[in-house]
Design a protein around this ligand. Structure first.
Ligand SMILES: [Zn+2]
Length: 302
């Protein structure tokens, strides 16, 4: 199976582990609040990302000094499940985020944990690794972060707004909430912020291609509009000339106007500029326009 765009973005983020402990704690916080389950009863992180599975134990070790109680074997493919069930470990984790282990029904983002800019980025990287996905830009523009904790969605929006010039939208999904971005520039900026530069570049290329296509389409439509105007005007002129001939008035027209009329009859699709160049001697476009206008008037009057 081909590796998805989303999987590549995650692999890229996993290439660097947090240097500072504050960031490791914050990145774990992002992982926990956006993972499959995080409560006093246990922690469960399920991921299909091989790279995320590789860094996850190291990340928790750096933040808390211990790792998971249950973790998949090295050669596991597909979904990999990591669990912490030891009450002592759970207590320590809950306390380090300022939660009372007796009351973890409504978990939220404990702001001091994400106070520093470095930690804000680490938190959102963790959130994306555990609960995020981004659509291949060839198929559509959508990036999302999914959490089972309602207040976390709202607080994460506020957090994104602190570091980015936009706020994600939110929606309810399957008992939880999703934060999402639909605007191509925002997805590009957010991936850059997370450190997924290659993925961001992929989005940028898709954006440039889209802009180019739009420009070409606009230009084509514009050309069509001009062409149809020229054709319409020529049809009116030809109708006027036919009328003048039918009424036997054509030969009475001044020679210059006759010359203009014949040029139009012989070149129904030519522009004014082209017709003007056919006159003997050649005249300007406004002068040509003037002659054709006079022909139309003559046809109307008589
Ligand atoms: Zn930090």
């Amino acid at each position: 199976m081909a590796v998805s765009f989303s999987a590549n973005a995650k692999a890229e983020i996993c290439r660097s582990l947090p240097q500072k402990k504050c960031c490791a704690v914050s990145q774990c916080f992002g992982v926990l609040l956006f993972c499959n389950s995080f409560s006093a009863d246990g922690i469960k992180v399920i991921t299909e990302s091989q790279e995320f599975a590789q860094i996850l134990p190291k990340l928790f070790k750096k933040a808390f000094g211990f790792s998971f109680d249950v973790q998949p074997g090295e050669d596991t493919v597909g979904k990999r499940s990591f669990q912490i069930t030891d009450p002592a470990k759970l207590l320590l984790i809950m306390r380090s985020y300022g939660f009372d282990p007796q009351d973890t029904l409504s978990l939220h983002i404990n702001l001091p944990v994400v106070e520093e800019d470095c930690c804000k980025q680490a938190f959102l990287r963790g959130a994306f690794l555990a609960g995020g996905s981004v659509t291949d830009p060839d198929k559509g523009y959508h990036l999302e972060l999914s959490t089972t904790h309602h207040s976390v969605a709202k607080e994460s929006c506020a957090l994104v707004q602190e570091v980015m010039p936009f706020i994600p939208k939110t929606a309810a999904r399957g008992g939880g909430r999703v934060l999402y971005l639909k605007q191509i520039e925002q997805i590009e900026d957010f991936l850059t912020y997370l450190g997924a530069h290659v993925a961001a570049m992929g989005i940028m290329e898709a954006r440039l291609e889209k802009e180019l296509n739009n420009k070409v389409n606009r230009r084509c439509n514009c050309d069509d509009a001009n062409t149809s105007k020229v054709v319409e005007a020529a049809q009116e002129q030809l109708a006027a000339i036919r009328l003048l001939r039918k009424k036997g008035l054509f030969e009475q027209l001044p020679e210059k106007m006759q010359q203009a009329a014949i040029a139009r009859e012989q070149n129904p699709e030519s522009s004014l500029t082209e017709l003007a160049a056919m006159m003997e001697p050649p005249i300007t476009k406004p002068a040509m326009n003037n002659r054709l206008k006079k022909l139309m008037q003559a046809a109307k009057e008589k």
